[in-house]
Design a protein around this ligand. Sequence first.
Ligand code: ADP
Length: 218
Amino acid sequence: MKKQFAVIGLGNFGFYLATELFKKGHEVLGIDINPKMVQEIRDWVSRAVIADATDPQALKELELKKMDAVVICIGSILNNSILATLNVKDLGVKRVVAKAVSEAHGRILRKIGADEIYFPEKDLALTAAQRLDNPNVLDYLPFMEGYSIVQLAPPSSFTGKSLIQLDLINRLGIQVIAIKELVPENVVLIPTGHFVVKESDVLILLGPDDALNGLQET
Ligand code: ADP
């Protein structure tokens, strides 16, 4: 369903976020104080305007209240990030999301009422560390303390074996949630024990981090 988003601050993060949401078919308003940034994004979003988000009046005129979400992507100038978030909150926007560059920045944004906080650098660093540590891990989502969901390219010791033979659940406490087959493209949700793993499959697993980390080529 088509949604309406506003993205404030069109630096690296804001630019990619706004243009990607627009590519996905949503209505996107891009806002930046710097005319150059607004000019650059103009053809890639629904509308782009020059405005100072620290000025409540300027934001009021943009009718942000009707948006499904407003994302504040100002990182480097802390003062502006905080004031912009406060202003957007004061307008009564239903979902206020803000980018933080540090834990302290995130704590402040949460205190002033941001509904969600993104830590892009920290999140990417964790994913990058996970991939470097275990090249079989294609994607990784922390699930709860000590547990993750990973997309895994099966180590060669897995291929040609059935899930019963691998017995990941009893040996390692790892649940196979789904398997993506590439040829032909198909997703098998909660596969049965008879599923035989192919080299080209991608396994989606939920389990303890230690056990997941152990699943790699040796
Ligand atoms: P990134 O690391 O994602 O590039 P930056 O913090 O460097 O993030 O970029 C933030 C963007 O926010 C810049 O394009 C800057 O012009 C814009 N910005 C900064 N202050 C304001 C403000 N008061 N109102 C609107 N946009 C702002």
